[in-house]
Write a new protein. Structure first.
Length: 293
């Protein structure tokens, strides 16, 4: 992917302070550093230059479904800033569910349409299927998924398709294309060993599924590490800058750093940023923390 701003240039924009480098275990290998910022992501992003983020993987608060310590959620301003800071060819993965109270709120769709109106391409609408703890309803089928809107600024610059093994592979007599004579001919051909995944991704949730990091569950709405990693691997390359503007317990950050990407996480709650900082440290990554205030 084309690098719009070097990491060094980004550092100049995001002044930081090292709060706890001594807390890392002495033998721990410190590799890439994460940056964590306490603040309203709109205010934080407003201080950044255009086009600096290669990939955003984030999950906003859903329709005030949970209490996130008094957050302020100006959706349209967040969307506008995300569009501005995304690099041409960059991708935003917006993972969201609807409040179900009688019927569905449809907030997810309204948000997706707004993203399209401001210039994002609706590159794909993927499904995050939960293998367990689905939300049961007495008068509708059990809800077991959330949306993953994959939005791109122009054509995605990076796509590294994740593969799954095919059911059968090896040599087989395959049906040859029908010619005008109408006769099906068989031809010896090789079935591929793997194929590109579908756009429905399933994950187990809860301790052991979402993550093994107990500390993460001090946050009320953690998404699976594997989900974040799968998007990071698909839509970015090593060295790219990955953002989570509402990073909660730091799931996107952990997986970005483990996969050799740079990471900036923002959360309005200093308590959640502290959880993210400790979690990154447990994974061997020193995080630099600052407040936007
Ligand atoms: C669904 S949670 C994200 C959880 C995260 N994906 C994880 O795995 O831990 C949404 C987060 O958005 C944060 N938040 C809400 N409004 C915000 C804002 N305006 N700016 C920054 N963070 C915000 C909340 O504090 C909350 O931690």
């Amino acid at each position: 992917m084309q690098r719009i701003e070097s990491a060094a240039t980004q550092k100049a924009h995001i002044e930081s302070e090292d709060t706890d480098s001594k807390a890392a275990a002495p033998n721990m290998s410190i590799q890439r550093q994460g940056k964590l910022i306490v603040g309203n992501c709109v205010d934080v992003m407003r201080g950044w230059p255009d086009n600096m983020v290669h990939l955003t993987v984030t999950s906003p608060p859903y329709d005030k479904l949970r209490d996130y310590k008094g957050y302020d959620f100006p959706f349209e301003e967040i969307a506008d800033e995300l569009f501005r800071v995304t690099a041409p060819g960059g991708v935003l993965v917006w993972i969201v569910g609807d409040r179900i109270d009688g019927g569905r709120s449809l907030t997810s769709f309204r948000q997706a349409i707004y993203f399209q109106e401001i210039g994002f391409s609706a590159h794909d609408i993927m499904i995050y299927q939960k293998k367990n703890t689905p939300f049961m309803r007495s008068n509708a089928y059990t809800n077991a998924y959330e949306m993953m809107f994959v939005l791109s600024k122009g054509k995605p610059a990076t796509f590294n398709p994740l593969k799954v093994p095919t059911q059968r592979h090896g040599y087989e007599l395959l049906t040859h294309n029908k010619l005008p004579d109408g006769i099906n001919k068989k031809k010896l051909g090789q079935l591929k060993k793997e194929k590109t995944r579908t756009n429905i991704w399933s994950y187990a949730v809860g301790l052991g599924g979402t993550t093994n990091d107990k500390i993460a569950f001090q946050h009320p709405a953690v998404f699976p590490e594997k989900l974040a990693a799968d998007h990071i691997l698909s839509w970015s390359d090593p060295g790219d800058l990955v953002l989570d503007p509402m990073c909660g317990s730091g799931t996107t950050g952990k997986m970005a750093l483990l996969n050799d990407r740079d990471f900036i996480g923002i959360d309005i709650s200093s308590d959640y940023i502290e959880i993210a900082r400790k979690r990154l440290l447990q994974s061997g990554f020193k995080a630099i923390v600052r407040s936007s205030a």
